[in-house]
Write a new protein. Structure first.
Ligand code: ADP
Length: 297
């Protein structure tokens, strides 16, 4: 409802801007026709017209941007609130059960395991929000050191396997030649983990994810994460790297998320002099994410 209202106001401002520009052009033509003999007046008229048109265009761009930003903030607040509330509510429920009812040992250890998983999820969301703030601020420079990329990727793969209880066939790692990069270990780990977690998260019930490292040329190395999941429409391939952006549609409604993961991936790539992008043949046809980084000399 709110999104439809906003889309209505965006359409309204664009139409208003275009209408005003049209009126200004018509006025200008009338002005030229009426004053074609008085050159200076015509010149001033042209200048005035240029100012008016530039003003209207800037105003419209500004308004549309502001409306979009508000829309994204709302979506983000909703997503984060959901991501924070759900695990807390779950932990609370287990604790209440443990407090009020006698529970046998097997059940109790299952409750503890679920509570640990929920608190991990909670911590991951909080960490994601804090990292976005850190990366976004101009002051926070990456803390660079020589890092073995293969080792980092392997650790991230192992972590995701444990988190999602996956077998090596479900989440495979194909190491390339050993390469060192100059990187902020924490940031690169976060970026790679985000890509692998997403590949699993957007795979649906059958997880078949492959993570590879490969040298691109003398100066660059790439981490490629390939899945056979929901895929991404062509129009969304760039948009999804924007802060708070989630591809619209039933997938986003079904799978929880904050829209921060890929923003972090692209920001980390940029801060290290690399780049990140997504490839997909479209919905239902899987996707591949590539993180390209410069090798350490
Ligand atoms: P989140 O997953 O928390 O929504 P991200 O920034 O990690 O945020 O991803 C942004 C959007 O990109 C997701 O909402 C999803 O629409 C899309 N996306 C990311 N990774 C994949 C993937 N492996 N397969 C399909 N869609 C993806």
């Amino acid at each position: 409802m709110v999104a439809a209202g906003r889309r209505g106001s965006i359409a309204f401002f664009i139409t208003l801007g275009a209408g005003l520009i049209l009126i200004a052009i018509l006025l200008y033509i009338g002005w030229v026709v009426l004053n074609w003999r008085t050159g200076i007046l015509v010149f001033l008229g042209v200048l005035l017209l240029a100012f008016i048109i530039a003003g209207i265009v800037l105003n419209t761009i500004f308004l549309v941007r502001e409306i979009r930003r508000n829309e994204q903030h709302d979506a983000f607040i909703n997503a984060v609130t959901h991501e924070l509330k759900t695990p807390v509510a779950s932990i609370r429920l287990y604790l209440q059960t443990l407090q009020t009812r006698p529970v046998d040992d097997a059940k109790r250890s299952e409750f503890y395991r679920t509570m640990v998983e929920d608190s991990d999820r909670l911590l991951a969301t909080i960490e994601q929000v804090l990292r976005t703030g850190r990366i976004g601020s101009a002051r926070g420079k990456p803390n660079l050191s020589r890092v073995d990329l293969g080792q980092v990727v392997e650790e991230c793969v192992t972590r995701t396997r444990t988190l999602y209880h996956l077998r090596p066939e479900g989440l495979a790692y194909v190491p390339g030649p050993a390469v060192a990069i100059l990187a902020d270990l924490d940031e690169v780990q976060a970026a790679i983990s985000n890509l692998i977690d997403n590949a699993v998260k957007y795979s649906g019930s059958e997880v078949r994810v492959t993570v590879e490292t490969a040298t691109v040329d003398d100066d660059h190395v790439a981490v490629r994460v390939h899945d056979h999941g929901t895929g991404i429409p062509k129009t969304e391939l760039k948009q999804i790297f924007k802060r708070f952006h989630r591809a619209p549609g039933p997938v986003a409604a079904r799978i929880p998320g904050t829209g921060l993961g890929l923003y972090i991936v692209r920001s980390v790539a940029k801060r290290h002099g690399g780049r990140a992008w997504a490839e997909s043949e479209g919905p239902g046809r899987g996707s591949t994410f590539v993180l390209q980084l410069p090798v350490a000399k």
